[in-house]
Design a protein around this ligand. Structure first.
Ligand SMILES: Nc1ncnc2c1ncn2[C@@H]1O[C@H](COP(=O)(O)OP(=O)(O)OP(=O)(O)O)[C@@H](O)[C@H]1O
Ligand SMILES: [Mg+2]
Length: 467
């Protein structure tokens, strides 16, 4: 075993015998006589695990435990309980202690318990390192074979080399940022910076200085002059992310700058001119925001020179497996993971699931699966519950289909029973028509010559979503 252990106990004989056992196992040991001293030691050098006496003079064991679990999440603590403190030990477990051992100390229990705790601590650290490494890389190429993504790539290739301003809209996680990056990458400004501003994250009172920069002493706290994002992006691209979350006041300021490409530092008098191409992005429906009085119409038209709408993942199910495979391959390549093989039933569940968090959710999902199941076969029952639910909710009578399946394919791969075939057809027909009528049931009923109520019943029978 290897690792750093801290023993917090006021009894010297206990510290002595624990140190003996642990050092024999090859561990580094530090000691503290009190809770206060223990916390101080943890503050300067975080151990891999702690042995902590329940009864201590001054700050008692439970209080020390509370401090540790609050400030050092995941650091395992093993409580040492004397006679009559077993109940307290149980209480400690509820408060997040990893385990407890009783006095007199049993050598075997000490060894087993520390081995478990160190293993836990190691796995946790590994997972954390993995997560930070995984999230730091940022590709610029878009994965996808669906018609929607192909078209998107075409449009990007056409608009990128121009100097047109672009407004990207789409649900969370559909790839707005990656699209902005790929426009930058393919533009004539690729060797100049892409400066991103998250409009939702900057407090109202700081946004001006953030965007336009400020002079020394312009406001309290402005100890030195600073350039704003507009200057930093000069010659390049300014990416205004989450533009729908900007306050009306800031919108007014921004509008003027966007029109004139000229501004002054906060607290300054000199007019600065820049050459900046703007790409804006939002997950809000800006026309709705305009109606609600939250977004300026003039700013909207100024930004929306070239609108790009990103489709949600659930409308391009063809891309789901491709994205999963792609993310898996890059994790295998980068981190040497062994690939996961998903069973047929798992694949069905993954394509049936609506992915409300879109590609971001899918990417996180793949990373999570690798942390748990690298190198293994994964069937549907090993997937998180939301996927099982998705497959249960999938209409049973409707044959799995893609927009490309022809009538012949349907017949060849379909049921032999006429009644079932008719039901399959009816379900597909109604689903398609409902889309065509944008979910308007009354209009659809009229168009296909059915009573509204019986149409409703049929939709329910076939489990077709009507929102
Ligand atoms: N078509 C795609 N191919 C490969 N990776 C993609 C694709 N679309 C999105 N991603 C990845 O999914 C994640 C989320 O994408 P991104 O941050 O661009 O979404 P977003 O629309 O800006 O989301 P939000 O609205 O939540 O800010 C990123 O890691 C991105 O690299
Ligand atoms: Mg984004």
């Amino acid at each position: 075993m290897s690792g750093k252990i801290l023993i917090i106990d006021d009894e010297e004989s206990i510290r002595f015998s624990l140190r003996g056992i642990l050092e024999d196992e090859g561990l580094d040991v530090a000691e503290a006589e009190s809770g206060e001293q223990g916390l101080e030691l943890i503050g300067t050098d975080i151990p891999d695990m702690i042995f902590l006496d329940i009864w201590l003079p001054g700050m008692d064991g439970l209080e020390v435990l509370e401090n540790v679990t609050r400030d050092y999440e995941g650091l395992p603590v093993i409580m040492i309980s004397g006679h009559g403190t077993i109940e307290t030990a149980v209480q400690a477990l509820k408060k997040g202690a990893f385990d407890f051992i009783e006095k007199p100390l049993s050598l075997e229990k000490v060894v087993v318990s520390s081995r478990n705790a160190l293993e836990f601590s190691r796995l946790r650290q590994e997972n954390q390192a993995l997560k930070t490494r995984i999230t730091s890389e940022q590709p610029v190429s878009l994965t996808g074979q669906s018609a929607a993504i192909q078209e998107l790539k075409d449009v990007i290739a056409r608009v990128a080399p121009t100097d047109a301003w672009v407004l990207i809209t789409g649900e969370n996680g559909t790839g707005k940022e990656i699209v902005a990056r790929s426009i930058h990458h393919l533009s004539g400004r690729a060797d100049k910076p892409l400066v991103a501003v998250n409009c939702a994250a900057i407090p109202e009172e700081l946004i001006e200085s953030e965007l336009f920069g400020h002079e020394k002493g312009a406001f309290t706290g402005a100890e030195k002059a600073q350039e704003g994002k507009f200057e930093l992006a000069d010659g390049g691209i300014l990416f205004l992310d989450e533009i729908g979350d900007m306050s009306l006041k800031t919108q007014a300021k921004i509008l003027r700058i966007l029109q004139e490409q000229a501004f002054e530092h906060v607290g300054g008098r000199k007019t600065i001119t820049v050459d900046v191409r703007v790409i804006a992005a939002t997950n809000k429906d800006l026309t709705e925001e305009i109606k609600a009085g939250n977004f300026r119409e003039d700013l909207y038209y100024r930004l929306k020179v070239f609108p790009l709408e990103l489709p949600p993942l659930r409308t391009r199910t063809d891309d789901i497996l491709l994205l999963i495979t792609d993310f898996m391959n890059s994790l295998v390549k980068q981190h040497g993971f062994k690939p996961i093989s998903f069973g047929q039933d798992a694949i069905r569940a993954l394509t049936a699931y609506p992915w409300p968090g879109n590609v971001r959710e899918l990417k996180n999902f793949v990373e999570r699966m690798f942390i748990m199941y690298a190198g293994e076969a994964v069937s549907a029952d090993r997937l998180p519950p939301e996927f099982k639910k998705a497959i249960e909710e999938q209409p049973a009578v409707v044959a799995p289909h893609t927009p490309e399946t022809s009538m012949d394919d349907l017949i060849a791969g379909g049921p032999d029973d006429l009644k079932q075939a008719r039901a399959d057809f009816e379900a597909r027909f109604l689903e398609a028509k409902l889309k065509e009528f944008e979910g308007n049931i009354s209009q659809l009923a009229k168009a296909i010559g059915l009573e509204r109520s019986s149409l409703y019943r049929k939709l329910k029978t076939y489990n077709i979503q009507t929102d």
